[in-house]
Design a protein around this ligand. Structure first.
Ligand SMILES: Nc1ccn([C@@H]2O[C@H](COP(=O)(O)OP(=O)(O)OP(=O)(O)O)[C@@H](O)[C@H]2O)c(=O)n1
Ligand SMILES: C[C@](O)(CO)[C@H](O)COP(=O)(O)O
Length: 239
Protein backbone atom coordinates (compact mmCIF):
# COMPACT_ATOMS: atom_id res chain seq x y z
CA UNK A 1 0.00 0.00 0.00
CA UNK A 2 1.20 3.54 -0.80
CA UNK A 3 2.34 5.62 2.17
CA UNK A 4 -0.03 8.51 2.85
CA UNK A 5 2.69 11.19 2.62
CA UNK A 6 2.88 12.81 0.18
CA UNK A 7 -0.63 12.57 -1.23
CA UNK A 8 -0.74 14.57 -4.44
CA UNK A 9 -4.11 15.56 -5.89
CA UNK A 10 -4.26 16.93 -9.42
CA UNK A 11 -6.84 19.66 -9.93
CA UNK A 12 -7.57 19.71 -13.67
CA UNK A 13 -9.49 22.87 -14.56
CA UNK A 14 -11.63 22.66 -17.68
CA UNK A 15 -14.45 25.09 -16.94
CA UNK A 16 -13.43 28.02 -19.13
CA UNK A 17 -15.58 29.62 -21.81
CA UNK A 18 -13.23 28.81 -24.74
CA UNK A 19 -13.91 32.33 -26.06
CA UNK A 20 -10.68 32.64 -28.02
CA UNK A 21 -11.29 29.23 -29.63
CA UNK A 22 -14.78 30.27 -30.69
CA UNK A 23 -17.65 27.88 -31.38
CA UNK A 24 -20.22 26.36 -29.07
CA UNK A 25 -18.27 23.36 -27.88
CA UNK A 26 -15.80 23.58 -24.98
CA UNK A 27 -12.24 23.30 -26.36
CA UNK A 28 -11.57 20.51 -23.85
CA UNK A 29 -14.12 18.34 -25.68
CA UNK A 30 -12.65 18.87 -29.15
CA UNK A 31 -10.87 15.85 -30.64
CA UNK A 32 -7.14 15.86 -31.33
CA UNK A 33 -5.60 12.83 -33.03
CA UNK A 34 -8.71 10.80 -32.23
CA UNK A 35 -9.18 11.64 -28.54
CA UNK A 36 -10.83 14.62 -26.80
CA UNK A 37 -8.38 17.21 -25.45
CA UNK A 38 -9.41 16.47 -21.85
CA UNK A 39 -8.96 12.74 -22.45
CA UNK A 40 -5.33 13.33 -23.48
CA UNK A 41 -4.75 15.53 -20.43
CA UNK A 42 -6.24 12.99 -18.04
CA UNK A 43 -4.23 10.11 -19.60
CA UNK A 44 -1.00 11.85 -18.60
CA UNK A 45 -2.14 12.23 -14.97
CA UNK A 46 -3.45 8.65 -14.91
CA UNK A 47 -0.01 7.44 -16.01
CA UNK A 48 2.00 9.66 -13.65
CA UNK A 49 3.10 7.60 -10.63
CA UNK A 50 3.36 10.67 -8.37
CA UNK A 51 -0.34 11.53 -8.74
CA UNK A 52 -2.71 9.90 -6.24
CA UNK A 53 -6.05 11.45 -7.05
CA UNK A 54 -7.58 13.68 -9.71
CA UNK A 55 -10.41 16.23 -9.39
CA UNK A 56 -11.78 17.57 -12.67
CA UNK A 57 -13.47 20.98 -12.73
CA UNK A 58 -15.91 21.48 -15.62
CA UNK A 59 -18.80 23.60 -16.85
CA UNK A 60 -22.27 22.42 -15.83
CA UNK A 61 -23.23 21.82 -19.48
CA UNK A 62 -20.15 19.64 -20.08
CA UNK A 63 -20.52 17.37 -17.05
CA UNK A 64 -22.22 14.48 -18.88
CA UNK A 65 -19.63 14.52 -21.68
CA UNK A 66 -16.80 14.60 -19.16
CA UNK A 67 -18.28 11.63 -17.20
CA UNK A 68 -18.62 9.79 -20.50
CA UNK A 69 -14.96 10.39 -21.40
CA UNK A 70 -13.78 9.30 -17.94
CA UNK A 71 -15.85 6.11 -18.18
CA UNK A 72 -14.97 5.21 -21.74
CA UNK A 73 -11.21 5.68 -21.29
CA UNK A 74 -11.29 4.08 -17.83
CA UNK A 75 -9.56 6.86 -15.87
CA UNK A 76 -9.45 5.33 -12.39
CA UNK A 77 -7.74 8.19 -10.57
CA UNK A 78 -10.55 10.69 -11.20
CA UNK A 79 -12.50 10.66 -7.94
CA UNK A 80 -14.69 13.70 -8.60
CA UNK A 81 -15.96 16.03 -11.28
CA UNK A 82 -17.16 19.36 -9.90
CA UNK A 83 -18.65 22.51 -11.39
CA UNK A 84 -16.35 25.46 -12.08
CA UNK A 85 -16.67 29.19 -11.41
CA UNK A 86 -16.69 32.37 -13.44
CA UNK A 87 -12.90 32.78 -13.39
CA UNK A 88 -10.02 30.30 -13.52
CA UNK A 89 -9.13 31.13 -9.91
CA UNK A 90 -12.69 30.37 -8.79
CA UNK A 91 -12.62 27.09 -10.70
CA UNK A 92 -9.36 26.10 -9.02
CA UNK A 93 -10.94 26.98 -5.64
CA UNK A 94 -13.87 24.63 -6.38
CA UNK A 95 -11.40 21.86 -7.11
CA UNK A 96 -9.33 22.53 -4.00
CA UNK A 97 -12.44 22.55 -1.76
CA UNK A 98 -13.31 19.11 -3.09
CA UNK A 99 -9.84 17.55 -2.81
CA UNK A 100 -9.67 14.51 -0.56
CA UNK A 101 -8.75 15.45 3.05
CA UNK A 102 -5.52 13.43 2.97
CA UNK A 103 -4.18 15.67 0.19
CA UNK A 104 -0.80 17.17 1.09
CA UNK A 105 0.05 18.71 -2.30
CA UNK A 106 -1.96 20.14 -5.17
CA UNK A 107 -0.87 19.81 -8.80
CA UNK A 108 -3.00 22.38 -10.61
CA UNK A 109 -3.23 21.87 -14.36
CA UNK A 110 -5.14 23.35 -17.31
CA UNK A 111 -7.45 20.81 -18.94
CA UNK A 112 -6.48 22.62 -22.13
CA UNK A 113 -2.83 21.47 -21.94
CA UNK A 114 -3.16 17.95 -23.38
CA UNK A 115 0.50 17.57 -24.35
CA UNK A 116 1.81 17.59 -20.81
CA UNK A 117 4.12 14.59 -20.37
CA UNK A 118 4.42 12.16 -17.49
CA UNK A 119 8.04 13.29 -17.19
CA UNK A 120 7.12 16.98 -16.76
CA UNK A 121 4.42 16.09 -14.19
CA UNK A 122 6.88 13.95 -12.21
CA UNK A 123 9.66 16.53 -12.31
CA UNK A 124 7.56 19.53 -11.26
CA UNK A 125 5.91 17.53 -8.47
CA UNK A 126 9.36 16.46 -7.23
CA UNK A 127 10.48 20.10 -7.32
CA UNK A 128 7.45 21.15 -5.22
CA UNK A 129 7.99 18.34 -2.71
CA UNK A 130 11.44 19.77 -2.13
CA UNK A 131 10.64 23.50 -2.25
CA UNK A 132 6.90 23.71 -1.33
CA UNK A 133 5.96 25.58 -4.53
CA UNK A 134 6.96 24.98 -8.15
CA UNK A 135 5.78 25.65 -11.67
CA UNK A 136 6.85 24.45 -15.05
CA UNK A 137 7.61 26.82 -17.90
CA UNK A 138 9.95 27.59 -20.75
CA UNK A 139 12.31 30.41 -21.62
CA UNK A 140 10.93 33.03 -23.99
CA UNK A 141 12.38 32.32 -27.45
CA UNK A 142 11.56 35.52 -29.33
CA UNK A 143 12.63 39.10 -28.88
CA UNK A 144 9.87 40.89 -26.96
CA UNK A 145 8.51 44.40 -27.48
CA UNK A 146 6.28 46.58 -25.37
CA UNK A 147 3.90 48.28 -27.80
CA UNK A 148 1.73 51.33 -27.07
CA UNK A 149 -2.03 51.51 -27.71
CA UNK A 150 -1.09 53.45 -30.87
CA UNK A 151 0.85 50.42 -32.15
CA UNK A 152 4.30 51.91 -31.62
CA UNK A 153 7.20 50.06 -30.02
CA UNK A 154 8.01 51.62 -26.68
CA UNK A 155 10.86 49.41 -25.57
CA UNK A 156 12.54 46.01 -25.80
CA UNK A 157 12.65 44.20 -22.45
CA UNK A 158 15.70 42.15 -21.54
CA UNK A 159 14.43 38.62 -22.11
CA UNK A 160 17.25 36.84 -20.32
CA UNK A 161 15.03 36.37 -17.25
CA UNK A 162 11.67 36.08 -18.99
CA UNK A 163 9.84 32.77 -19.06
CA UNK A 164 6.41 31.61 -20.22
CA UNK A 165 4.72 29.83 -17.34
CA UNK A 166 2.84 26.60 -18.01
CA UNK A 167 1.04 24.12 -15.80
CA UNK A 168 1.25 21.95 -13.71
CA UNK A 169 1.86 24.42 -10.91
CA UNK A 170 2.33 22.46 -7.70
CA UNK A 171 2.01 23.62 -4.09
CA UNK A 172 1.93 22.29 -0.59
CA UNK A 173 -1.81 22.30 0.10
CA UNK A 174 -1.68 24.32 3.35
CA UNK A 175 0.41 26.99 1.66
CA UNK A 176 -1.87 27.21 -1.38
CA UNK A 177 -4.97 27.34 0.82
CA UNK A 178 -3.50 30.27 2.77
CA UNK A 179 -2.57 32.08 -0.45
CA UNK A 180 -6.03 31.47 -1.92
CA UNK A 181 -7.83 32.72 1.20
CA UNK A 182 -5.68 35.87 1.26
CA UNK A 183 -6.33 36.62 -2.43
CA UNK A 184 -10.07 36.05 -1.99
CA UNK A 185 -10.14 38.35 1.03
CA UNK A 186 -8.34 41.05 -0.99
CA UNK A 187 -10.75 40.39 -3.91
CA UNK A 188 -7.85 39.72 -6.25
CA UNK A 189 -8.17 37.35 -9.16
CA UNK A 190 -5.24 35.96 -11.14
CA UNK A 191 -4.78 33.98 -14.34
CA UNK A 192 -2.31 31.54 -12.78
CA UNK A 193 -1.75 30.02 -9.35
CA UNK A 194 1.84 31.10 -8.76
CA UNK A 195 0.65 34.70 -8.48
CA UNK A 196 -1.35 33.85 -5.35
CA UNK A 197 1.80 32.64 -3.62
CA UNK A 198 3.98 35.40 -5.14
CA UNK A 199 1.71 38.13 -3.74
CA UNK A 200 2.06 36.76 -0.17
CA UNK A 201 5.85 36.99 -0.35
CA UNK A 202 8.28 34.89 1.65
CA UNK A 203 7.86 31.57 -0.16
CA UNK A 204 9.83 31.35 -3.42
CA UNK A 205 8.09 29.56 -6.27
CA UNK A 206 10.67 27.47 -8.12
CA UNK A 207 10.61 27.27 -11.91
CA UNK A 208 11.25 23.88 -13.46
CA UNK A 209 12.27 24.08 -17.13
CA UNK A 210 9.65 22.01 -18.90
CA UNK A 211 8.83 21.49 -22.56
CA UNK A 212 7.88 23.74 -25.48
CA UNK A 213 5.44 20.97 -26.45
CA UNK A 214 3.27 21.63 -23.37
CA UNK A 215 1.16 24.16 -25.26
CA UNK A 216 -2.24 25.41 -24.17
CA UNK A 217 -5.04 24.96 -26.68
CA UNK A 218 -6.22 28.56 -26.84
CA UNK A 219 -6.98 29.60 -30.44
CA UNK A 220 -7.92 27.49 -33.50
CA UNK A 221 -4.37 27.25 -34.92
CA UNK A 222 -3.27 25.42 -31.75
CA UNK A 223 -5.30 22.33 -32.75
CA UNK A 224 -3.27 21.30 -35.86
CA UNK A 225 -0.04 22.08 -33.98
CA UNK A 226 -1.09 19.79 -31.11
CA UNK A 227 -2.19 17.13 -33.58
CA UNK A 228 1.16 17.21 -35.39
CA UNK A 229 3.07 16.89 -32.10
CA UNK A 230 0.89 13.96 -31.03
CA UNK A 231 1.29 12.18 -34.38
CA UNK A 232 5.06 12.54 -34.06
CA UNK A 233 4.90 11.02 -30.57
CA UNK A 234 2.80 8.15 -31.96
CA UNK A 235 5.35 7.55 -34.74
CA UNK A 236 8.16 7.56 -32.20
CA UNK A 237 6.22 5.03 -30.06
CA UNK A 238 5.76 7.46 -27.15
CA UNK A 239 1.97 7.03 -27.08
N1 LIG B 1 -13.65 30.09 -15.38
C1 LIG B 1 -12.64 29.33 -15.82
C2 LIG B 1 -11.70 29.82 -16.74
C3 LIG B 1 -10.70 28.95 -17.19
N2 LIG B 1 -10.66 27.67 -16.76
C4 LIG B 1 -9.67 26.74 -17.30
O1 LIG B 1 -8.36 27.26 -17.16
C5 LIG B 1 -7.53 26.82 -18.22
C6 LIG B 1 -6.76 27.97 -18.84
O2 LIG B 1 -7.67 28.97 -19.27
P1 LIG B 1 -7.84 29.54 -20.74
O3 LIG B 1 -7.02 28.87 -21.73
O4 LIG B 1 -7.78 30.99 -20.61
O5 LIG B 1 -9.32 28.97 -21.04
P2 LIG B 1 -10.66 29.76 -21.32
O6 LIG B 1 -10.98 30.64 -20.17
O7 LIG B 1 -11.66 28.72 -21.67
O8 LIG B 1 -10.26 30.58 -22.61
P3 LIG B 1 -10.83 31.97 -23.13
O9 LIG B 1 -10.13 33.04 -22.31
O10 LIG B 1 -10.44 32.01 -24.56
O11 LIG B 1 -12.32 31.96 -22.90
C7 LIG B 1 -8.43 26.10 -19.23
O12 LIG B 1 -8.20 24.72 -19.15
C8 LIG B 1 -9.81 26.50 -18.80
O13 LIG B 1 -10.83 25.54 -19.07
C9 LIG B 1 -11.59 27.22 -15.83
O14 LIG B 1 -11.55 26.05 -15.43
N3 LIG B 1 -12.57 28.06 -15.37
C1 LIG C 1 -2.35 29.15 -16.03
C2 LIG C 1 -1.82 29.45 -17.38
O1 LIG C 1 -1.97 28.34 -18.21
C3 LIG C 1 -0.36 29.70 -17.31
O2 LIG C 1 0.17 29.86 -18.58
C4 LIG C 1 -2.47 30.64 -18.01
O3 LIG C 1 -2.16 31.78 -17.28
C5 LIG C 1 -3.95 30.52 -18.26
O4 LIG C 1 -4.61 31.66 -18.69
P1 LIG C 1 -4.32 32.68 -19.91
O5 LIG C 1 -5.32 33.75 -19.68
O6 LIG C 1 -4.55 31.99 -21.20
O7 LIG C 1 -2.91 33.16 -19.78
Amino acid sequence: MKETFPFVTAIVVAAGGSTRMGGEVSKQLLPIAGMPVIGRTLSAFEAAGCIDDVVVVAREEDLLDIYDIIRSFGFEKVSQVVRGGATRQQSVAMGVQNARPETTHLAIHDGARPLVSVQVIGDVVACALEHRAAATGVRVKDTLKQVSDAGVIEYTPDRSHLWMVHTPQVFEKRLYQRAMDAAQEAREDFTDDCQLVERMGGIPVHMYEGSYENIKITTPEDLPIAEALLLRRQQEGDL
